[in-house]
Design a protein around this ligand. Structure first.
Ligand SMILES: [Zn+2]
Length: 236
């Protein structure tokens, strides 16, 4: 199995740290997750001063551990000129500066880097709803993965209003209710769904349970937990 969305680092709260990569690796091993797409964790100061979290830490981890698939975290205020060739994908968290997923700066950067792009989505926010995902995907040729698949209940109702080009994929972390994923499965099929945990915010065991609510065939299960993302990232 491959977990398409994992953060390297802990969530700090009142002097305490929640989760850590050592814990993640233990969980992954226990449940049979062989590889994981890793981005650095966005700390509160990154969102207030519009800086990009520490991407280099992910490359250092990837050098030590070949289960790590490095993903570069970008924001439009802090764009690099070039990207290290070890990164397999890029990720936008549009809460930094509240920049819309289909903002021209995002579109231009995605086109320039030409790697699959993960985008944080939240259907209750104008700049990160699934309409903006559809709009970005229509403008670029790379796969666009909607992290959290819109997340909130509203997604369930809004799904019918959107059309998505074939390069849009839906990731399973942070989805509020199983019925949202069930609707995505019914409308778009297992070919468009990707397992992701968003650890330490989520947990791969929760994401797997969500996938099981679909009662998928063995073939569909493999697509969602490994083959779709392997194909997107061109990895074995
Ligand atoms: Zn995340």
């Amino acid at each position: 199995m491959i977990d398409a969305h994992v953060h390297l680092g802990s969530i700090p709260s009142k002097g305490e740290k929640w989760g850590n990569f050592e814990e993640y690796k233990k969980i992954a091993k226990k449940i049979g997750v062989e590889k994981y797409c890793v981005v650095p964790i966005g700390l509160p100061n990154n969102f207030t001063d519009k800086t990009t979290p520490d991407n280099d830490s992910v490359l250092r981890e990837a050098d030590k551990n070949n289960s790590v698939i490095p993903v570069y975290w970008f924001n439009v205020f802090d764009l690099p000129k070039t990207l290290d060739g070890r990164y397999k994908a890029i990720k936008l968290h549009s809460d930094i500066g509240e920049v819309a997923i289909n903002d021209k700066r995002v579109v231009d950067f995605v086109k320039k880097i030409n790697l699959p792009v993960f985008v944080h989505t939240n259907e209750s926010k104008k700049y990160s709803d699934l309409g903006t995902v559809s709009s970005l995907a229509n403008k670029v040729d790379v796969p666009v993965i909607a992290v959290h698949s819109g997340s909130v209940t509203k997604t369930f109702f809004k799904l019918d209003n959107y059309t998505f080009p074939k390069n849009v994929y839906f990731e399973t972390s942070g989805i509020q209710y199983a019925v949202i994923l069930k609707k995505i499965y019914k409308k778009f099929g297992a070919e468009r769904i990707i397992l992701g945990s968003d650890y330490p915010f989520g947990d791969p065991r929760v994401s797997l349970a969500m996938i099981e609510t679909l009662d998928p065939s063995e073939k569909e299960y493999k697509l969602m937990t490994k083959e779709n993302i392997s194909k997107i990232l061109n990895i074995k």
